[in-house]
Design a binder for this molecule. Structure first.
Ligand SMILES: [Ca+2]
Length: 389
């Protein structure tokens, strides 16, 4: 296995074909070599981002004031590339770190790698683009990046740009995982306000990205490059919050410590057709440690129909929110990641193929996997729209 670079194979079918040709005949099936996970927390050896961080591996000019720590610590998020079963971590920003390179942890190979080298030269001022306009400036990415499953691209909105002032961008980019190229978008429609508080989620039903700045809910259609402002009534919510979609109940849910209210809050928008897009405050119980956290990790678990959340204030506990009862439940385990500051953002994500959550807590931590249930997980069939390249 160690001589095979699994991540070069971009599709499940190519991936399976590799196993069938590369493995000794005595090993009968691909499932025999794919990892399975135990209930609770597991750390995956040799998966520290710092070991492959660009700033300490050939690109000292991107280190900034805080160095490689910034890739997770400087308010940066992540997305889940469900086609390749891997967590993507992306961000730097402000004066902390100037690299715009991507990192990936693959749940099938259990390896972590740097996918790209940083774009050069780095920005000399607060510009959205670098490398002759072909790549985004590095930035704190917060909850402002998402994997767009139907296009196999990563969406990026705004963030605190790499420059002395750390100005907030309001630019939109897509990273194409097939061509490994960035594209700056020129969207139509009212553009959301660039700020620390933007929250995004991809909706698998509509194929749209939903984005909330601190005033309004928007949708973004990446195919037509158009934002639409969905909410009529302006709200004022604080930052330190994250947003995620319940695709079954058709809700965009926001939670975390709201600096405007001075306490943790849970908000929701109905995103089903015919919605009035009015923001509702949900009265939930039992989730104090997660609701009050700054930038918690929050993602939907389709096997239970609940949100699962983890934050730097959670210890080894994971919190589960049932939108049917508005009740949080505590899933108590041991051996989870050690707390760091500045939030988890989108670095806590669900893997549909493996049936686990995965978190990149800190560049000096190994990757952690969390499995909520004790039973075996049956790997779903590969998506039908994948073809070999
Ligand atoms: Ca989100």
């Amino acid at each position: 296995m160690s001589s095979i670079s699994l991540v070069k194979y971009k599709t499940w079918s190519a991936f399976v074909a590799l196993f069938l040709t590369a493995l000794p005949a005595a090993l009968p099936a691909a499932e025999a070599v794919l990892p399975t996970f135990n209930q609770g927390w597991q750390s995956i050896p040799n998966t520290k981002i710092r070991a492959v961080c660009a700033g300490e591996n050939g690109f000292p000019q991107v280190l900034g004031n805080s160095g490689c720590w910034s890739i997770t610590g400087a308010w940066n998020g992540g997305v889940f590339d469900s086609r390749r079963n891997r967590l993507i971590v992306w961000g730097g920003g402000h004066n902390d770190y100037f690299g715009n390179e991507l990192y990936a942890f693959n749940l099938d190979s259990l390896t972590l790698e740097r996918l790209t080298d940083p774009g050069l030269p780095t920005a000399s001022s607060c510009t959205p683009a670098i490398a002759n306009g072909t790549q985004p400036n590095s930035r704190h990415t917060y909850d402002g990046i998402e994997y767009v499953t139907n296009l196999d691209k990563m969406f990026v909105f705004g963030g605190s740009l790499s420059c002395g002032a750390g100005n907030f961008g309001s630019d939109t980019w897509m990273y194409d995982f097939q061509t490994e190229q960035w594209e700056r978008k020129n969207p139509s429609g009212p553009i959301p306000a660039g700020d620390a508080g933007m929250m995004t989620a991809y909706d698998s039903t509509s194929g749209l990205i939903y984005l909330h700045d601190r005033r309004h809910l928007y949708s973004y259609d990446a195919s037509s490059d158009a934002y639409v402002r969905l909410s009529s009534d302006q709200v004022t919510i604080g930052y330190h919050m994250v947003g995620t979609i319940d695709p079954i109940r058709r809700q965009f849910v926001i939670t975390g410590h709201d600096v405007v209210q001075g306490r943790g809050m849970v908000y929701a928008y109905d995103i089903d057709s015919g919605s009035d897009y009015d923001m509702r405050t949900l009265s939930t119980s039992g989730g104090g440690a997660i609701v009050n956290a700054a930038y918690p990790g929050l993602d939907f678990d389709p096997t239970t129909g609940k949100f699962l959340a983890w934050s730097e204030d959670s210890g080894s506990n994971v919190y589960s929110l049932d939108l049917g009862t508005n009740q949080w439940s505590v899933l108590s385990f041991s051996g989870g990641p050690t707390s760091v500051r500045n939030g988890t953002h989108g670095r806590w994500r669900y893997s549909p193929a493996s049936g686990v959550f995965v978190v990149a807590n800190d560049v000096d931590d190994d990757i952690y996997v969390f499995k909520a249930s004790a039973g075996d997980f049956v790997r779903p069939n590969a998506p039908l729209d994948l073809t070999a390249e």
